[in-house]
Structure formats: structure tokens, C-alpha cells
Ligand binder design. Sequence first.
Ligand code: HAM
Length: 432
Amino acid sequence: MATLKAVRGTRDLLPPETALWNRIEAAARRVFARYNFGEIRTPIFEDTGLFARGVGEETDIVSKEMFTWEDRARAASEKPQSLTLRPENTAGVVRAYIEHKLGESGQLQKLYYIGPQFRRERPQKGRYRQFWQIGAEVIGPPSSGSESPLRDAEVLEMLATLLDEMGIAGWTLELNSVGSAADRARYNDTLRAALAPVVGKMCVDCQRRAVTNPLRVLDCKVPEDQPIIATLPVIADSLDDDSKNHFAAVKAALDAAGVTYHLNPRLVRGLDYYTRTTFEFTHGGLGAQNAILGGGRYDGLSEAIGGPKAPGIGFAMGLDRLVLTLQAAEADQSSAPPTVAKLDAYVAPLGEGLNAAALQLARELRRAGLSVELGDGSFRLKKSFEAADRTARKIVILGEDELASGILTVKDFATGTQTKVPRGELAEILKS
Ligand code: HAM
């Protein structure tokens, strides 16, 4: 029978690598707490319409990359429904914001999430069909200050801090403004006019987008189209004074905080909900998939999915890519494989008749806060010592004599010394 494997573009994350994932997630949770963010967990699948309306029909994500299925009605009371595995989490967070009327508190909502997302992309290094994001959104009614450029600058400053605390060095912040909805409409007209004489030479996707949503022509990856794209007008020239002033204030606050950035007038991002500030952090060590995170402002998203006015800004970082970046940095620093932290103790019962007593001893030690591996009485002593030396700093031997006397034999692998320890003092001795 053919063996079953993880589906293309998905993978298993195994220890010890998962320890690195946990470290990154813990650093994120720590930083989010300092900046007053609370965690939100939204469902992994949503009504397809949420992404079509939120992310945009003409985006690559919605038009090509979603895992969508028709969910049949199971009872007369249910209707069939088109469902989609979430390709990103911003639309889900804004849906939850609307559904739970979070705006009615009048307060700015600062929400973060950590979880898997799904896109049917062509898998390659750093690009998977199931991948993880750590993201955050700052959203609220305009009266909560949600439109303020200070919010944009604070999010970007937090990201610089977060990447530093995760140990990611050498990132670049690419920054742009895509303006208000009105600016974008003007820019789309400008693009349409600029594309008219040349679009016949471009790919079929671009020919369609030039009519439906010209901005999305800028996402085209077809190499032959790039020289034409390089000649198209930039969005900065279509911004009105309000948008220019907003962007200037974001940059001034970043300058004051000492966060360096690189202006990239071609950064429009592949999701339709963006307005004004857009950004990506890139890292040279990642090859083609060099964006470790992306985000921006989405002042009209709530209205686009039927909610009240609720300007917001947020980002999502690719956890898979953060891990790759840190692994590459570690590999540069030393050729030795990363050392795995050893457990406090290994309990070795001498004979199967002592297994139950060994479980009881291990329970005592674990309850005292120690990390303990439990051997098996069927192992010969040599095998127990080898297994213990691989996993733990010390071995505790439990034979009939030890059980009867309450005096246990402990060997410390680092010093090679063997000592007799009364059971009542064992946890303390193992801790030291
Ligand atoms: P995005 O740029 O589509 O934005 O994704 C954010 C990050 O997720 C990317 O920079 C990348 O690190 C990671 N990522 C995306 N696709 C893949 C993939 N196939 N494999 C591995 N990593 C991937 C968003 O998702 C927006 N929701 C961000 C946002 C939040 N904007 C405002 N708030």
C-alpha cells in the first residue's frame, strides 16, 4: 500500500525545531503585552464572501489561492454555504469586531493573533500552503484616535522592537502610502490611461486587470511584463493633501523614534483593503520570499464587509520565515547542531516489578517542578544509562533496596559522581 504523506505545501513541525517556534511566539506575546494588545482567536474557516469582499476579487489570493468548498446543508434548517480556509486573518478580525460590536466601547481595540493560514500557492522555500502568521490589528471608531498617524508609527516602532527581541538582525522596513479610496480611484484612472497603449503586450491576467482593477497589474510576476510595469506612474503622484500630510506625520514620528525606513513608491501590497500607510519588512537571508512581514492601514475594510466606520492598521509576520531566518543566522554562527536543553533527571527502575513505583517517584519529582524522563524496568542497566545520558543531567536508580530503604542512588553525568540521597531530599538535590 502506498504510504500516506503530508499534503504538498504542508509539513510537520517536530521537536527540537518546535522549541524555536515556541520561543518566537513567547517573545511576541511578551512584546504584545507591553504594548497593551490582547489575544483574539477567530475560526480557521469563514464564509467565502468575507474574503471576496474584504481582500478583493481581483487579488491573487482570492482569484487563485483560496481553499474553498461548497458546504452541503445537513438539515432542513441549514442552507448550503461556500466556505474558505482563511488565507489571512485581518478580514476575520474585522468581522469579529463588527459581530461583537467592539466599536461601541469607544475604545481603540488592540488585538493580536497567532495561527495557521492557507493559500494554494506554488510551494517553495519560505512559501507553503499552510503557513503561520503572528499578526496584530489596531482598530476602532474614528473618535478613538484610530485614524491617527501616531498609531501607524507606534505599530512600526513595535515591529522594530519585536524583531530585535526575536533576535532577527538586518531587516529593512519598506514604506509607502497608497492614499485614500479617492486617491486610489484617481490612481486607477491614471494607470488605466497609461496601460491602454501597452497592455496588449502584457499577460492575459494584466489585460483583464487593466480593465477591472489596474492597481493589481503591479502584482504581476511575469518577467516579460516587468519593463512595462517599471514605466508606469507611481501612486505618490496621485495622493491628495490629506494623504500626503498623514504620511508625512507617520514618517516624522518614525524619525523621532529612530526607526529607519526605506521609501518604496511601488509597494502597493497584494490585498485590496489597504489605504494610506503600507509596509513590508524584508530580510536578505530568505531568497525570493524575502518578506518577513507585511501590513498597512485599512480605513474602509469594516464598511466593505457591512460594518460601521472603523479605521485600522495592522500587520502579519510569516512565522515560517522568521524561523528560517533565525536558523540561517544560527548556522552562520556555528557549524555545530543546536544543543538541546537536558532534563533534570531520568528515573530508571531496575526490573519491571519496579515500574509502578518508578511512575510514583517520577510523579513526585515532576510535581516538585522538575523535568523528568521515565525509563522502563525491562531495560538493562547499560541501556538505561545510555538513554539517561542522552536526555538528562542526572540518573536516579530505583531498585528493590532503594525502594525499601528510601535512599536513592543518583549519578551526575557532568561530574561522574554517584551519591546516595534520601527520597525526601531528592527533588532539592536534583534542582541544584
Ligand atoms: P500578507 O503580506 O499577505 O499580509 O502576509 C503577511 C506575511 O505572511 C508575509 O509577509 C509572509 O511573511 C507571510 N506569508 C504569506 N504567504 C505565505 C506563504 N504562502 N508561506 C509562508 N509565509 C507566507 C497579510 O496577510 C495581511 N493580513 C497583513 C495585515 C494585517 N495587514 C493589515 N493587517
